[in-house]
Design a protein around this ligand. Structure first.
Ligand SMILES: *Cc1c(COP(=O)(O)O)cnc(C)c1O
Length: 427
């Protein structure tokens, strides 16, 4: 019998001492087949529902019933300025000034709106730098923006890849490209945390290097917001956008967040696609023909926001404010570190971890590739399916990667221990 250095009891002791343990109870954990909660490690795809969400949405439905159109002004959270109720906590979450953030649209829509303003190829400076393994939507958005400017993606969409035989991009390679080709690059668009490998990009250093060469630096924070602490303002990031349904637990397809650095927010001359909700609020209802953008990120809003989809973002942000990103990060490091340690100890010869082993270079995620005797893709997929049959919910990425996210708000050390045990069982 395998001698275990870390037992279920040890995991339970860590949970008993965990200052954030009580937050688990604020979420609905989907039940498994035995009626007990699933081992849910899919917060990187769809975060779980806070127990407050239904109430927060319900309040808006009630106010709409009671007040009709008057709800714009007289509801408990008047709809007219509703997005403002989210501003303070959003700014806190990503390290921004309140005027630099807004919750609007969805992530890919925001990428396009931002690129309209901040990808402005001119003269020799035409390139858009992304990563080779970018999330497909980001690549489609970037490539279509290049084409939209009449340029050729084969020449002007620059894609940085890991070295042969490696899975993550080295800082030195990235900084090298910026150094060598910076004069030709208009915009750099990278993830904060890479969705496939879980690699954290050094946003501060990349932004600094980009600015030195006169390029703009932007980040897709889909897997980053609510995962690691951010200082977007201090790092000088030009823009960023993120969805709210992954680590931010705001429900499928919920409203996305967007950051525009204050150095751009006041620039009314910037080209942008405009809509009435981005118009100066004092004169918005004069319904005049001339667009006058609001200062700050709000000036990029198009439509009046979907209140029923903003309400769950508010419910979620309240939880993040209460827990605090600092404490969440601490627990995230502990859970992810424990998962890595147990995987190595129990299954070191059966798998490979693609995620960087330096804790500073990863968030709440390990991407695991099964190796060993089971070499065909089919048999590896079988392992994943067997895991799901044991109520362990992770995510499968073609061709052969299991991504598991131990989320500090609702996952426990016990979850991590059980995950590794059950994976061992499946192998
Ligand atoms: C999840 C994710 C998306 C999804 O985009 P939507 O517009 O919200 O559908 C896009 N890009 C990245 C990097 C993601 O992780």
């Amino acid at each position: 019998m395998h001698k275990q250095s870390f037992t279920l009891d040890d995991a339970r002791k860590l949970d008993a001492d965990d200052p954030l343990a009580a937050f688990r109870d604020r979420f609905y954990l989907p039940p498994g087949k035995d009626g007990k909660p699933q081992i849910y490690f899919c917060g990187h795809s769809l975060g779980l529902q806070p127990k407050t969400t239904a109430q927060v949405i319900g309040d808006e439905l009630d106010d709409w019933q009671r007040l009709g159109v008057e709800g714009h002004f007289r509801s408990r959270h008047p709809w007219m300025p509703y997005h403002r109720f989210l501003t303070e906590y959003t700014a806190e979450l990503v390290g921004a000034l309140p005027t630099e953030v807004v919750n609007m649209n969805s992530l890919t829509v925001n990428l396009h709106l931002m690129m309209v303003s901040f990808y402005r190829p001119q003269g020799e400076r035409r390139k858009l730098l992304i990563e080779k393994g970018a999330f497909p939507s980001d690549r489609y958005a970037a490539e279509s923006q290049v084409r939209y400017h009449g340029l050729n993606p084969a020449k002007d969409l620059l894609e940085i890849a890991p070295r042969d035989g490696e899975t993550t991009i080295r800082d030195e390679d990235l900084l090298g490209i910026i150094d060598q080709q910076g004069e030709q690059i208009a915009l750099i668009l990278l993830p904060g945390v890479q969705y496939y490998t879980g690699q954290v990009f050094d946003m501060a250093t990349i932004t600094e290097a980009a600015h030195k060469k006169g390029c703009l630096a932007a980040f897709d924070l889909a897997h980053t917001a609510g995962n690691i602490p951010l200082q977007l303002h201090d790092w000088g990031v030009d823009f960023a956008t993120w969805c709210s349904y992954k680590y931010l637990n705001s429900g499928p397809g919920s409203v996305a967040g967007c950051f525009v650095h204050e150095r751009h927010g006041e620039d009314r001359e910037l080209p942008r696609f405009a809509g009435w909700w981005g118009h100066d609020q004092e004169s918005r209802f004069e319904m005049g023909p001339e667009f006058k953008p609001m200062p700050g990120a709000e000036g990029w809003q198009l439509s009046n926001p979907p209140i029923l989809a903003l309400a769950p973002v508010l419910a979620s942000l309240e939880i993040f404010h209460e827990a605090g990103m600092g404490r969440l990060r601490e627990k995230s490091l502990a859970l992810t570190g424990l998962m890595e340690k147990l995987l190595h100890e129990r299954l070191g010869d059966r798998l490979e971890i693609l995620t960087p082993d330096n804790p500073q270079q990863r968030g709440s995620q390990l991407s695991v590739r099964l190796t060993g005797q089971r070499n065909s893709r089919d048999s590896r997929r079988e392992v994943f399916d067997a895991l799901a049959a044991l109520d362990v919910i992770c995510d499968w990425r073609e061709p052969d990667v299991i991504r598991a996210a131990p989320v500090p708000l609702y996952n426990s050390h016990e979850d991590v221990w059980k995950f590794v045990e059950r994976l061992a069982e499946c192998l």
